[in-house]
Design a protein around this ligand. Structure first.
Ligand code: SF4
Length: 476
């Protein structure tokens, strides 16, 4: 039997960009290296999927051990669904219309079946519906009677009380009526993807915003190598769809659209930043932020390194709530400390933060959301700033940059903290992902010391960046 031509991942890839599907299948050597962050996300998805199986226990795991085992597993799946006493299958393998799928959980339901797909995120996205629609299409093609199709995702309001309650951790959403409606468009998208696979050269698709959504494409290095820096898609004040449309006809830079009406709507500050390659601003700062930045007494620069587990394991914690594993700070005096990711570590981190917050009334960090997500167990209060019980304010550099008319061509559209650091200090800092990885892997004091030395660079760069922002926004 001919090998399948599409899978769930290649289908989703085709919806993002047909060129990406073509390159992935026919020119895989052009692919960028997959980032460690992306790999960690994939692993998290798998772990949550395996945990969710416990909601439907006693199933047979059909996961093929290697790509060559797919056909055997597909035949075995078909045999098992026709076997009376087999009620639950995990990763059941089906093929139809040259599309191969592995369904997370399949549960017998009277004369039919319930299909379940598990997502490790807190919300359902369009991509998840597209993915489920493909699975539904293939299941129907196999003449299975599907009584229900549910998507499972993480319930962000769940609080761990010492016993993991899967029925509360997971939210099940019935999506079959929507998938039924999506059947015709799914069939069309499959046909389009197959036409792409029949091409003998890569489709001519120019780069655009679609290279980043819903996932950063792994052919950016190949497709973007001739796109000039300082381009329209790096600008925050132009609509990304409009910028993509200019990309499509070969216009990448602001000076190439001088005569277009949209040019006048681009923030003048951002245009100046791109022209002069420096930090600029275009408008008066919101009064509250100006006042806050004016407070340069008792300021604390701080970096919290944390785990953000999908499944909480500390009493009182919610999914993805930050669990501290290290802290570095500077408030005239420098300090850093490592914590075990357990209840004792949490208490130690909280009391250290209490002490630091008590003595400093302006707290500057890279990403305020992480610090607040740990410090306030209750998400209803987690976005409050100032921290009223301490008469202090927490400011996140990312949040300041994103919410102010503050521009630098190297910030990038998403204003990643690493980009801000490079743009304003000329330095490179170790990414949070690697610090977390290396700290957890450290076996000796010397290895731990090395990681902490890198973490201690954060308060230092936070101080420089704050100085840069102050000198621009608060001229003397
Ligand atoms: S980088 Fe962009 S244009 Fe190139 S394959 Fe990926 S999504 Fe398509």
């Amino acid at each position: 039997m001919a090998k399948h031509r599409l899978s769930k991942s290649t289908y989703i890839r085709s919806l993002q960009c047909q060129k990406s599907l073509y390159l992935h299948t026919k020119r895989p050597f052009l692919r960028d290296k997959i980032s460690a962050e992306q790999l960690a996300k994939f692993r998290r998805g798998t772990d949550v999927g395996v945990l969710a199986r416990e909601l439907f226990p006693g199933g047979i795991d059909m996961t093929p051990k290697s790509p060559s085992a797919y056909i055997a597993k597909k035949d075995e799946t078909l045999k098992l669904v026709n076997t009376k006493n087999i009620n639950v299958l995990y990763e059941a393998v089906f093929e139809y219309d040259e599309v191969l799928i592995m369904l997370d959980i399949l549960v017998r339901d009277g004369n039919g079946w319930k299909a379940i797909e598990v997502k490790s995120s807190r919300k359902l996205s369009t991509t998840y519906y597209n993915d489920a629609a493909l699975q539904y299409y293939v299941l129907k093609g196999n003449n299975l009677t599907i009584n229900s199709f549910k998507l499972i995702h993480i319930n962000e309001d769940y609080v761990f009380d010492g016993t993991l309650r899967l029925e509360e951790l997971f939210t099940l959403v019935e999506v079959m009526p929507k998938l039924e409606q999506m059947l015709p468009s799914t069939a069309t998208s499959i046909a389009t993807a197959k036409q792409t696979l029949d091409l003998d050269k890569s489709p001519d698709i120019p780069p655009g915003m679609h290279c980043f959504t819903p996932y950063p494409c792994d052919f950016l290095g190949h497709c973007w190598k001739n796109i000039p820096t300082g381009n329209l898609l790096q600008m925050r004040s132009i609509n990304p769809e409009a910028a993509s449309a200019f990309f499509a006809n070969g216009r990448f830079l602001p000076e190439e659209i001088l005569n277009e009406p949209i040019y006048n709507s681009i923030d003048q500050g951002e245009l100046q930043a791109f022209k002069e390659h420096r930090l600029t601003t275009s408008a008066a700062l919101p009064e509250a932020l100006r006042k806050t930045l004016n407070r340069s007494d008792n300021q604390l620069f701080i970096k919290l390194l944390s785990l953000q587990p999908a499944v909480p394991f500390i009493v009182g914690f919610r999914p993805y709530q930050a669990v501290p594993i290290a802290l570095s700070w500077s408030n005239g005096t420098k300090g850093s400390r490592v914590f075990e990711p357990d209840a004792t570590g949490v208490e130690q981190a909280r009391s250290l933060l209490n002490e630091l917050f008590e003595n400093n009334n302006l707290i500057i960090t890279d990403d305020a959301d992480t610090l607040l997500s740990f410090y306030f167990a209750n998400p209803d209060t987690s976005h409050q700033s100032p921290i009223t019980n301490h008469q202090s304010l927490i400011l996140g550099i990312r949040q300041i940059v994103q919410s102010s008319p503050l521009y630098h061509p190297d910030f990038g559209r998403d204003c990643a903290f690493e980009n801000i650091v490079r743009a304003l200090t000329g330095k490179s800092i170790s990414s949070e992902h690697w610090l977390r990885h290396d700290l957890q892997a450290a076996e000796t004091e010397a290895q731990r010391h090395k990681v902490m030395a890198k973490l201690e660079q954060y308060p230092e760069v936070l101080s420089i960046i704050t100085g840069e922002i102050r000198s621009l926004l608060l001229p003397v």
